[in-house]
Design a binder for this molecule. Structure first.
Ligand code: AMP
Length: 417
């Protein structure tokens, strides 16, 4: 299927081609036609599936079908849980809208509101926002949502996890009753279905990647190790594997800071990114990581949500998440856009039950290995299967070792060098 056959304008097709996309991703194929028809959509899609273009492209199409009058009003509101994700969505709107006459801006907390207010005053068609700052500006009467025609709730499950349910309800009450609604969520939990039932009208349900199948393109491995030896093992893996860019997850903000400092002491450039860091510090850390100035980015789940780091080769779970779904989100940071990646988890005795939960969720047994010199105390020595060799690189992570034959079928044009 081509982007053209989805009914997108020449201006959008030109922008898509500039981005180097040759064909729509599965979620884009399924969502775009419904949105263009004006339908409400409930879509299950994780980051990395191309969902942002899945809603942005048809929205830009709808806006240009009915151009704004001289004065611009906010016609599209895109709500998203984190600042990073908000900034990335704005960048996508600007990229895809480069040849369309569309104005967009972003509002999120933690930074001075004045430039945001000024951008809104100048007139915009699309506003990308995190819920708190949006309500804040609305309460100060600095923006109006009375002309919103399309609402997008992006990463709705994460917004609920982060406690935004009340804010979302308040925002819904400020919008015109007649509007188009799109809800994107990685999972269709009971809470998401309840939320969807509240404001979506006869939604089309789209499940482009059946939940959790994306993990199949990622080589996964567990190293069993004692808690106290994890940092040493991580340093060994990074150094001996000559990893250039690795995203490491810890469970706590404090743990992220501590690990980052230890890595730096070992001569590995590293930065921590989490909710306690200022916006400036987070942006700086991410920029350094993207430019390969920082080799290791240590992140907590919430901070990493929505980070757009294309083709990330390695993700390490320094600690397993206690919510199994978070494992899928975390490892979804690798193997993006059709590329395979490697996700490694360092698991100590306290985390074995989390590991079992994860394996149940993803319906796979993850390959386990114990490296020589890192044998955990809790495993009787006759059971220890010492490794020490460089692990074979597998493209597919299922227990049989056989390829599942599935991969993400969306490709990026190779840039001529
Ligand atoms: P998202 O799931 O929206 O965060 O997108 C994940 C990544 O896929 C981003 O880096 C996009 O630029 C990229 N992408 C989106 N759509 C396509 C496509 N049709 N072909 C290739 N890459 C894409």
């Amino acid at each position: 299927m081509s982007f053209k056959s989805l009914g997108l304008s020449d201006a959008l097709l030109k922008a898509i081609s500039k981005k180097g996309y040759t064909e729509p991703s599965p979620i884009q194929e399924k969502v775009i036609p419904h949105v263009i028809k004006g339908k409400d959509v409930l879509a299950s899609a994780q980051t990395g599936t191309g969902k942002t273009a899945g809603f942005t492209l048809p929205i830009l199409q709808l806006l240009s079908n009915k151009p704004s009058t001289k004065k611009r009003f906010i016609r599209v509101l895109i709500l998203t849980p984190t600042r990073e994700l908000a900034a990335q969505i704005l960048a996508s709107v600007n990229d895809y809208g480069i040849y369309s006459n569309i104005k967009a801006t972003v509002v999120f907390g933690g930074v001075n509101q004045n430039p945001q207010v000024k951008a809104i005053r100048n007139g915009i068609d699309v506003l990308v926002a995190t819920p708190g700052r949006l309500l804040d500006l609305h309460n100060q009467k600095l923006l109006s949502l009375a002309n919103v025609e399309i609402l997008v709730l992006d990463e709705a499950d994460r917004m609920l996890d982060m406690g935004f349910a009340r804010d979302i309800n308040k925002i819904l009450a400020l919008l015109p009753k007649k509007r188009q609604n799109l809800l994107f969520s990685a999972t269709f939990s009971k809470e998401i279905k309840e939320l969807a039932g509240k404001f979506l009208h006869h939604p089309v349900m789209v499940e482009a990647t059946p939940e959790n199948t994306t993990v199949e393109v990622i080589a996964q491995k567990v190293y069993r190790v004692d808690k106290g030896m994890k940092t040493k093992l991580l340093i060994k893996l990074i150094s001996e594997g000559s990893w250039k860019q690795v995203l490491v997850f810890t469970r706590t903000k404090h743990g992220a800071n501590k690990l980052s400092v230890k890595l730096q002491k070992a001569g590995i450039t590293s930065a921590a990114i989490h909710g306690n860091k200022s916006q400036g510090a987070r942006t700086q850390a991410l920029a350094g990581f993207k430019k390969n100035k920082v080799r290791v980015l240590v992140a907590t789940d919430i901070a990493a949500r929505g980070l757009d780091i294309p083709l990330l080769p390695h993700v390490v779970n320094f600690e397993l998440p206690n919510v199994a779904e978070d494992y899928v989100h975390r490892i979804g940071r690798t193997g993006r856009a059709g590329q395979s990646g490697e996700a490694i988890s360092l698991v100590c005795i306290d985390e074995v039950s989390y590991l079992k939960g994860i394996e149940r969720l993803i319906k796979q047994q993850i390959e386990k290995e114990i490296l020589k010199g890192f044998e955990p105390e809790d495993i009787p020595s006759e059971k220890k299967k010492s490794g020490g060799r460089k692990p074979p690189r597998r493209k597919f992570g299922n227990s049989s070792g056989k390829s599942s034959g599935k991969s993400r079928n969306f490709k990026k044009k190779k840039k001529a060098s």
